[in-house]
Structure formats: structure tokens, C-alpha cells
Design a protein around this ligand. Structure first.
Ligand code: SF4
Length: 404
């Protein structure tokens, strides 16, 4: 790699082998130039320049200024024409942007779509969210997983209403002081809702940047590279365009390079060979008891594949659920079905389903059997289930049993 300066301001332009047209090469690799307005680098100060040079020269991918401008224009034109019609893109309301960003963390868009509208129906603004009971917020979040996000969202809403009359801070720096908001979310909300010129780096942007530049980058360099590329006139759209490109075109496996709007400016035009493989999923089998009580029995009395919501007298059934401890590290305060240690190998389960949590794929066998004697559960009327904070797995089982 060699380096030189791009113009009179002495900001460095870095070259990686022959992948830059300033170097006289026709290689498609993009050269990251600098943005003259980029306050994060403050190149007009000698000491910072020195520090910047020593830290980044060996690691930053490089785009020239003209290529960077073309890249921004091309990507934004593609985004304007091709972006998915997602409900959170219809508004720049910070509450809605914030909610979507929190929900989308480590969660598929399809799963968020299902919950986003319902959550907004229940809590249409920050005041309603702040005034809600935590169990109601968790119930609305149920099925999205990572429940700490819901608790933090709720805590931040209460703080904003209590201390700022419900008004959202408009800068990433202020947003960072709220519960549950880290560097990514602060930059996403500030750029999308308020137009602050700050780049974001999530898994999609990370992958796109590494493939564009043809090299793996440590985290700090990724943020620097993203800020160098950022279109400062449309930062929110540009950030979303980078993420959209990663989600729809530059996908983790088999990127669609033939239809990629920025393929001409990509160093790899395909998977980066050094990209680490995703961690292998672990597999586990678990067993749960689905125990119904309809006023006459406290043992299961329904046939295969059949879970009555009421008995022949029309009395509502109840289902036995267990409340997870408030101090549990995972899903505290959520309701779930009683766990069974072992299965009866001579019988058939009521049904079997699959469920994944982070890196573990579960095969879940649901049995119509009495809960273990030591189970400390509670009988919950079926009509109350939809208002309860259920774990994602409990929700899935109860839906499959047509009790929810
Ligand atoms: S889709 Fe292909 S061409 Fe486009 S950025 Fe990704 S790797 Fe490069």
C-alpha cells in the first residue's frame, strides 16, 4: 500500500496495490478519499493529521474524491428507485425511527413488520409508551426476542417524558445518554430523523464496505470508512441505502453482483475470501408440557392435535404457565410453558416444532402430560394469554395449539 495527498488540504488518499485510478490502474477497486467537511477527522490540525496517518494508513480502504461522489450518486439513485416500501420509511418522526431501529437490531425485517404496526397501535407516541406498564410493553414485544431492548425502550421513554417533556434529543451525542441507545442507534436516529451527518455501521454496512474495499477492517476503521463515504446532504437516506444494499444485493452468501448498482466500483465483486464463516448452529432437543384445565380436570384431556378452549359447558379453559425469575439473565419476568426433563419415548408428542435462539436450533417436543410435581406455575385463562409477556417459544407453541 502506498499513500499520497489528495489536494491542498493535505488529507491523505490511500492506495491499496493497483486498485486506484490515480495510480494509473483500471482496477475497479474503490479508493476512499476524504470528505473535506468530515469533522471526525479534523485534518486541519497537524497533530490530528499525524495521528490519523499513523493509525489509518495501513488499514483504511481508499476511494478517490471523484469516485466517492459518483458512488454516492449511484447508490442514492438506486435506493430512490428500488428501496423496499417499509412502514418506518414513511415518516421521519424520531419516535417511529427509534422504535424501528431498536426492533430491527438482530431481528429479521419480516418479524419486525408484524410487530411494528401493532406496537404503534398500542403505543402511538412516546407519552403512551412512558405511561404503559412494563408487562404491557413486554406483551407487545413478545415474539421479537431480546427483551432487554423493550425494557430499555420503556425506560428511555419514561426518562424523556419525565425530564424533557417527551421531546427527542436531536443529536447523536445526546441520544447516546439514553438507556439502550449505543453508537449505531444514536447515529441512525440522528441521521434519519434529524439529518445529522453521521454514518452507521451495522452487519450489512460492515460486509458491503469490506467487499467494496477487498479487505477486512477492524471496527474503528469501518466507522471511519463509512463516514468518509457518507453523503452529507442526505445522510439518513445514504445510511439506509448502504444497509439496503447489504440486505438485498450484497447478501452474506451469494451476493447478486450482476445486479449491483456499484459493481463497477467494487474490488471483490463477490464474497471476500477471508470473510469468516458464520458460527455453526448448535442443535438441542427440549420438551415442554402443555397442560390445560377446564374446571373439571387438571390433567390433559384432549385428543391428538386438539386443544379445546372451553369445555362442553362453555367454561373457559386455563393453561399452566411458569413465570421466569425477575433475576434470570434471559427473558426475566416472561411467561413460558413448564419444561420437562425427559420425554416418554413410548408415546408421541402432541406436536413438534423448531425454534432458534441466537446460535442454537431447538427441536421442541410438546407433550400432553402433567407438569412435573415441582413446577411452580399458575393457571392462566386462555383469553388473557394475548395480554401476557410470553417468551417467543411459548407464543409459538400456544399459536400452534390454536390457543392464541
Ligand atoms: S454485491 Fe457484489 S459487486 Fe456489489 S458491493 Fe457486494 S460484492 Fe461488490
Amino acid at each position: 500500500m502506498s499513500s499520497r495527498h489528495c489536494c491542498g488540504c493535505q488529507a491523505p488518499v490511500l492506495f491499496r496495490g493497483s486498485a486506484d485510478k490515480v495510480n494509473g490502474s483500471a482496477s475497479p477497486g474503490i479508493t476512499l478519499g476524504h470528505d473535506h467537511n468530515d469533522v471526525s477527522i479534523t485534518l486541519n490540525r497537524r497533530s490530528n493529521l499525524k495521528k490519523f496517518m499513523s493509525k489509518t494508513q495501513r488499514t483504511l480502504p481508499t476511494f478517490s474524491n471523484s469516485r466517492t461522489s459518483t458512488f454516492r450518486r449511484t447508490l442514492l439513485a438506486w435506493y430512490d428507485a428500488q428501496k423496499r416500501d417499509l412502514p418506518w420509511r414513511a415518516s421521519r418522526d424520531p419516535y417511529r425511527v427509534w422504535l424501528s431501529e431498536i426492533m430491527l437490531q438482530q431481528t429479521r425485517v419480516a418479524a419486525v413488520l408484524e410487530h411494528y404496526r401493532e406496537f404503534l397501535r398500542r403505543f402511538p407516541n412516546i407519552e403512551k409508551l412512558a405511561a404503559a406498564r412494563e408487562s404491557s410493553v413486554l406483551a407487545a414485544w413478545s415474539g421479537l426476542g431480546y427483551y432487554r431492548r423493550a425494557r430499555m425502550l420503556h425506560a428511555a421513554a419514561k426518562l424523556l417524558v419525565r425530564q424533557h417533556a417527551g421531546k427527542f434529543p436531536s443529536t447523536a451525542k445526546e441520544l447516546l445518554s439514553l438507556p439502550g441507545i449505543g453508537r449505531y442507534t444514536a447515529a441512525a436516529v440522528a441521521s434519519i430523523a434529524f439529518g445529522e451527518p453521521l454514518a452507521v455501521v451495522d452487519g450489512n454496512v460492515d460486509r458491503v464496505l469490506e467487499r467494496l474495499s477487498g479487505k477486512q477492517l477492524p471496527e474503528q476503521q469501518l466507522w471511519k470508512a463509512a463516514n468518509l463515504l457518507l453523503d452529507r446532504n442526505r445522510p439518513g437516506d445514504f445510511n439506509q441505502a448502504m444497509m439496503e444494499l447489504g440486505a438485498m444485493v450484497c447478501t452474506p452468501r451469494s451476493p447478486l453482483c450482476l445486479t449491483c448498482p456499484v459493481a463497477e466500483r467494487c474490488a471483490t465483486r463477490g464474497e471476500l475470501t477471508v470473510t469468516p464463516k458464520p458460527p455453526r448452529q448448535k442443535k438441542r432437543e427440549i420438551h415442554c408440557a402443555l397442560v390445560l384445565h377446564n374446571g373439571d380436570f387438571r390433567t390433559p384431556e384432549f385428543g391428538d392435535g386438539e386443544c379445546p378452549k372451553s369445555n362442553k359447558d362453555g367454561r373457559q379453559s386455563e393453561v399452566l404457565l411458569v413465570l421466569r425469575s425477575r433475576t434470570a439473565s434471559l427473558m426475566p419476568g416472561m411467561w413460558e410453558l413448564p419444561a420437562l426433563a425427559t420425554s416418554n419415548r413410548n408415546a408421541n408428542p402432541l406436536f413438534t416444532l423448531r425454534h432458534s435462539i441466537t446460535v442454537t436450533d431447538y427441536i421442541v417436543r410438546v407433550w400432553r402430560t402433567a407438569a412435573p410435581a415441582e413446577t411452580r406455575g399458575r393457571w392462566i385463562p386462555i383469553e388473557r394469554l394475548s395480554r401476557l409477556p410470553l417468551t417467543g417459544l411459548a407464543r409459538k407453541i400456544l399459536r400452534k395449539a390454536e390457543l392464541l
